[in-house]
Design a protein around this ligand. Structure first.
Ligand SMILES: NC(=O)c1ccc[n+]([C@@H]2O[C@H](COP(=O)([O-])OP(=O)(O)OC[C@H]3O[C@@H](n4cnc5c(N)ncnc54)[C@H](O)[C@@H]3O)[C@@H](O)[C@H]2O)c1
Length: 249
């Protein structure tokens, strides 16, 4: 098992990609803290991991609140003694053409997707520096590097994650903490369904993926395990795109 005796936090771990990362890392031996605003789904994932013999803890967390992110890390340490990995995966999406994108949409998305991720990096970095080891994995998106109609505010958030990743990586190098970003392509989750409610958009997106289909949640897990494990110990400040070839054409 690649993550034996490791302790991991997955923000937004209650459903979709975060659920797949939580279950997948637990299967590899990690004790997993599922940090999410959604209590019901979060407890379900916690139960599923425990029922399969793994270790898990749900911690209700709104990543946009700094105090919540600090409490999340403290609860992880209280329960499991240390923190080796954090997957900053919590995210929200509202779609609108540029002229209809409101200040409120912009602020809400930035509060969770950018400021929340930054608070989580800060809270994790504090303990990882003391331990002199750690892995921070920031979930960006292919939206950070290519234009998609309706996603101006969301893409701006996901773009902001790239310099955050590099600067944390640079500042934390001397404490043996690696910080990398994963850019998933469109993956079959609740979030993608929201964006793809318009059938024209769905057709357009699917046609633009060389592999001809959306990603499945477990197809992103391998990249997370690479960044979470010793396999990536000489890799920091980098981005990995997993998108069925979307960004190569
Ligand atoms: N699905 C895709 O096509 C896709 C593509 C690229 C990147 N991503 C990114 O991957 C991540 C997961 O996406 P998903 O498709 O699984 O989304 P999802 O909507 O299925 O799940 C998101 C999770 O985040 C939680 N969450 C929302 N706001 C939160 C907050 N303030 N604090 C804590 N938790 C919060 C939700 O409760 C939910 O459990 C997101 O960051 C998303 O931007 C998704």
């Amino acid at each position: 098992m690649r993550l034996e005796n490791k302790v991991a936090i997955v923000t937004g771990g209650a459903q979709g990609l975060g659920e797949a990362y939580s279950i997948g890392m637990a299967r590899e031996g990690a004790s997993v803290v599922i940090a999410d605003v959604d209590e019901l789904s979060g407890h379900k994932v916690e139960g599923q991991i425990r029922n399969s013999g793994g270790k898990a803890l749900f911690v209700k967390t709104d990543v946009s609140r700094k105090a919540d992110t600090e409490a999340m890390v403290q609860k992880a340490i209280k329960e499991f003694d240390r923190l080796d990995i954090i997957v900053n995966n919590a995210g929200i999406l509202f779609t609108a053409p540029v002229e209809d994108t409101t200040g409120e949409m912009w602020d809400k998305m930035f509060a969770v997707n950018v400021k929340g991720l930054f608070f989580c990096c800060q809270a994790a970095a504090k303990v990882m520096k003391k331990q002199k080891s750690g892995k921070i994995i920031n979930i960006s998106s292919i939206a950070a590097i290519g234009a998609q109609a309706g996603l101006c505010a969301y893409s701006s958030c996901k773009g902001a994650i790239l310099p955050i990743t590099r600067v944390f990586a640079l500042e934390l190098c001397k404490w043996n903490v690696q910080v990398n970003a994963l850019l998933p392509g469109t993956t079959d989750t609740g979030m993608a369904k929201l964006a793809m409610a318009d059938p024209n958009w769905t057709r357009q997106v699917t046609q633009s993926i060389p592999m001809g289909r959306l990603g499945m949640t477990d197809e992103l897990l391998g990249a997370v395990l690479y960044f979470a494990s010793d396999d990536s110990k000489y890799c920091t400040g980098q981005t990995l795109i997993v998108d069925g070839g979307y960004s190569m054409v």
